[in-house]
Design a protein around this ligand. Structure first.
Ligand code: GDP
Length: 296
């Protein structure tokens, strides 16, 4: 379960404050020290932790005393609100084109879960009444095309392929036209990843971007890689520009550092989370629910 360690530590720390009728400055300082350690252990970006603790402290000191809450409860409320804020405040939805089709391009490193997420997203949108088309644009990873056809078949969404001999730009262009001609209102492009970010990858993605002009570029990152995922997000955002993040494998991530840092470091929202290998395991990301999950 994500945030397992963090949730336990934060809840223990805050529980100590909860019952107290009065809080001394020392109580607050001690609690904040523990919050800071717990966040660092959860692999949250150092600067994010520093700013977070600073904000909570300032608010705790300046807070108006609410009659309905004990001082301890008030701090818990502040921590909850700041955690929610850290993760983006409200759910960040996909942007749909005013004139369909909406084009969504999924990018990311190999193994992050891009192809699986294409299938999951197509399935989710289909359930919402859309008519998606998947385009197989990953021509480098052996079996990526076949894999997309398999997941497309499972969610009953058509998959446009041209094999692996054409350029990703040409495939995306032809796929787009195919979608327009077949009445698809959402077009999801699976793109190639690499093991590491390199110039060639970025150039290729930039070419697809400038040709197809997607409404959404979603970066798929593996939450289990923690701060590496955040660094990848920063780099993709700087070089390509992204509109949001899909955080995969949250089911296997006990720490949650990426979930807590991505937004604050890149200023781009997490739009979806992957919670398993099955195609129904994709959910919109709700910052407030995540914060409540951490604080119990
Ligand atoms: P790609 O190289 O980015 O296209 O990655 P794939 O879509 O092939 O995914 C790589 C592996 O991660 C596969 O074994 C997927 O089943 C797995 N995977 C993807 N998303 C999730 C997720 O949210 N949770 C779990 N547990 N596994 C996932």
């Amino acid at each position: 379960m994500v945030f397992e360690g963090l949730a336990e530590k934060l809840q223990n720390t805050l529980k100590k404050l909860k019952g107290k009728g009065k809080l001394t400055e020392k109580d607050v300082a001690e609690a904040m020290r523990e919050v800071k350690l717990a966040l660092l252990e959860a692999d949250v970006n150092f600067k994010v932790v520093k700013d977070f603790v600073q904000k909570v402290k300032e608010r705790a000191v300046g807070a108006e005393v609410l009659e309905s809450l004990t001082p301890g409860q008030q701090i818990i409320k502040i921590v909850n609100e700041e955690l929610t804020e850290l993760m983006g405040q409200t759910q960040s939805k996909l942007t749909f084109a005013s004139k369909p089709p909406t084009v969504i391009m999924l990018v990311g490193l190999q193994g992050a879960g891009k192809t699986t997420t294409c299938g999951k997203l197509a399935g989710l949108l289909k359930k919402q009444g859309k008519r998606p088309l998947l385009i197989a644009g990953d021509i480098y990873r052996p079996a990526a095309i076949k894999q997309l056809q398999v997941v497309g078949g499972q969610v009953e969404v058509p998959v446009f392929t041209m094999g692996d001999k054409m350029s990703p730009v040409d495939i995306a262009k032809a796929g787009f036209e195919h979608g327009v001609n077949h009445g698809n209102d959402v077009i999801i492009i699976d793109t190639a990843g690499r093991l590491h970010i390199n110039e060639e990858l970025m150039e290729e993605l930039q070419n697809v971007k400038s040709t197809i002009k997607p409404h959404e570029i979603l970066l798929v990152v593996d939450s289990m890689t923690g701060q590496d995922a955040v660094n990848v997000a920063e780099e993709f955002n700087g070089k390509l520009g992204i509109d949001g993040v899909v955080l995969t494998k949250l089911d296997g991530d006990t720490r949650g550092g990426a979930a807590l840092s991505v937004r604050s470091v890149t200023h781009k929202p997490i739009k979806f989370v992957g919670l398993g290998e099955k195609l129904e395991d994709l959910e919109p990301f709700y910052p407030d629910r995540m914060a409540s999950r951490i604080l119990g």
